[in-house]
Ligand binder design. Structure first.
Ligand code: ZN
Length: 554
């Protein structure tokens, strides 16, 4: 007798991502695992008295999306901030900020997010603009990349940065000719004090310091933080995501998630890294090893060390080999010297941990590859799957090194200028014509043989993997002689499923719909193969299933 399924999905256009059995109509799940994949008839033979049946109504059914780079805790907190994507011009900015402030008379600090660097097309934003909008309440707004914030005078005063602040390399409180801060704050050490006024610093600790909350949160604070996490997990499930590779972290995040896991089960599998900052010492990696030991389940695991090597192009904080095209005396300032990074990479690798490094400029990418190469020389070759995050500019010489060193390229389809409504400027002028052909080189890396994973970097970009797939399929060239960086539908889907699984050493358990694999899948509202790329975003997750459990239903 065939064993009965807990859950069956029928009438689907199932894209299994399993090369041996690429298409099917139906799937049966039992005890959290995929029991069988096949045609409606054979799968319905697994129906028992308690089997839950989901009719996919001809929609695509795909493996649950694996989000390879995002920030769960701070992203979840920011769902409550003023959303400034798509707002341009002083008048429009004024209206939305004033409306938001009026609706929150008791907020001690008002925060906006996602404001474009060119929100005032002809001017640089200063505190004076924001003072005209909101003179007597503290307000600050973050660029989509979260590497720059602009604050009004009130916020600068309250945070104690109006008269400047001593900050580490790569960070800057931009000062005006009047000897006061202009309002532009570059990188976390500069805007951290302002954000702190909002009382959400615990959600950003994994990003800002990698440390633990001090003092320890009260019970009420801990409850509130768990609720923020729940809100973030629900946001992921709503977008068809069943696995998250978080890119900031600390023990506190793992503990909150494990409490939710114990209480009601996690609606998404989460990987949380140890975040190593440039003010730490190598002995602190012991904590990364202990996090990895303590958390190693299919639902919650660590085992990764996240590092920032540089900043971003738009604030000239990314590290370039040759100077910026629009700032000829400047190549950016790394957060580690190449020697420091090499030593760090060797030390992490020696512990058998995976490394994921934010490297945006070609100089940063090269230094990180050098570090990985040193780790291999020093510790011997192993299946390390170290990663580089973003790779917005690289060089022809460094592309083959991704393959030689087995380095995973973590790319964000919403990030290239021109994608998903992003303006080309100032980024493309900053990069400069000579480097355009090796900018955001997703397809170049893939064709060279690298493992490419896709992600949103939420809350930097909208979390939606389907919109990300669309962006990768519709990537436009900035000039005719640039290489085509577009992905096909199947390639894009692979970058959000099988490749994501590979990136967390889980390719034998997830990323495909195959008997014995984890029961992580998403039923979509339509047939993605029959939909034109520009309409792909209209297809929505109808049901998300993680470990055989329904985590979202439209
Ligand atoms: Zn990130």
């Amino acid at each position: 007798m065939l064993s009965h399924a807990d859950l069956i999905v029928t009438n689907g256009r199932v894209l299994t991502m399993d090369e041996a059995n690429p298409k099917a109509e139906a799937i049966a799940v039992k005890d959290g695992l995929i029991l069988a994949v096949g045609d409606n008839g054979s799968i319905l033979d697994r129906k028992g008295p308690d089997t839950r049946i989901i009719d996919a109504k001809g929609g695509s059914v795909v493996p649950g999306f694996i989000e390879a780079h995002m920030h769960l805790f701070s992203g979840a907190a920011e769902l409550a901030h003023l959303q400034l994507q798509g707002v341009y011009g002083f008048e429009a900015l004024q209206k939305v900020i004033r409306d938001y402030a009026a609706a929150r008379p008791d907020a001690k600090m008002l925060v906006g997010q996602g404001v474009d660097y060119t929100v005032l097309p002809a001017e640089t934003v200063t505190r004076h603009h924001l003072d005209r909008i909101l003179p007597d309440r503290p307000f600050a707004m973050a660029a989509p990349d979260h590497h720059t914030m602009w604050a009004n005078t009130k916020a600068l005063e309250m945070a104690g940065v109006l008269h400047g602040k001593k900050v580490g390399p790569g960070n800057e409180v931009v000062m005006g000719e009047d000897g006061l801060a202009t309002g532009e704050l570059r990188e976390n050490e500069a805007f951290g004090p302002v954000l702190k006024l909002a009382g959400e610093e615990r959600t950003r600790l994994g990003l800002s310091t990698g440390g633990e909350p001090d003092p320890a949160p009260s019970t009420a604070e801990r409850d509130a933080d768990r609720d923020i996490m729940r809100r973030g997990l629900a946001w992921c499930a709503k977008h068809g995501i069943t696995s998250i590779q978080n890119m900031d972290g600390n023990l506190y995040q793992l503990d909150l998630l494990s409490e939710i896991d114990a209480e009601e089960g996690l609606s998404c599998r989460v990987q949380v890294p140890f975040h190593y900052k440039n003010f730490m010492t190598l002995d602190m990696l012991e904590k990364a090893s202990s996090m990895a030991e303590r958390y190693s389940s299919d639902y919650l695991h660590s085992g990764v060390v996240k590092v920032f090597y540089d900043g971003v192009l738009d604030s000239w904080t990314a590290v370039m080999i040759e100077p910026y095209a629009d700032r000829p005396d400047w190549v950016g300032e790394p957060l580690f010297t190449p020697d420091q990074f090499r030593e760090l990479a060797v030390a992490i690798d020696r512990r058998g941990l995976q490394i994921a490094v934010h490297a945006i400029g070609d100089g940063a990418v090269r230094a990180v590859l050098d570090g990985y190469e040193a780790a291999r020389k020093e510790n011997g070759k192993r299946d390390s799957r170290h990663r580089i995050e973003h790779i917005e500019v690289t060089t022809e010489a460094d592309i083959p090194r991704f393959i030689d060193l087995g380095v995973i390229a973590s790319m964000q389809p919403p990030h290239p200028p021109g994608s998903m409504g992003l303006p080309l400027e100032p980024t493309v002028s900053r990069i400069g014509r000579e480097r355009w052909h090796v900018s955001y080189p997703s397809r170049t890396l893939k064709e060279a043989g690298a493992h490419v994973v896709f992600a949103s970097d939420w809350p930097v970009s909208p979390i939606d993997p389907i919109a990300g797939m669309q962006a990768s399929m519709m990537r436009e060239k900035w000039a005719d002689d640039m290489p085509d960086q577009r992905f096909s539908l199947h390639e894009a889907l692979a970058a959000y499923t099988v490749e994501g699984a590979y990136a967390e050493f889980a390719e034998s358990r997830k990323g495909q719909l195959k008997p014995g694999f984890l029961g992580d899948l998403v039923v979509l509202s339509g047939d993605i193969e029959a939909t034109a790329p520009d309409a792909l975003h209209e297809i929505r997750p109808a049901t998300t299933i993680c470990g055989g459990r329904i985590t979202y239903q439209a």
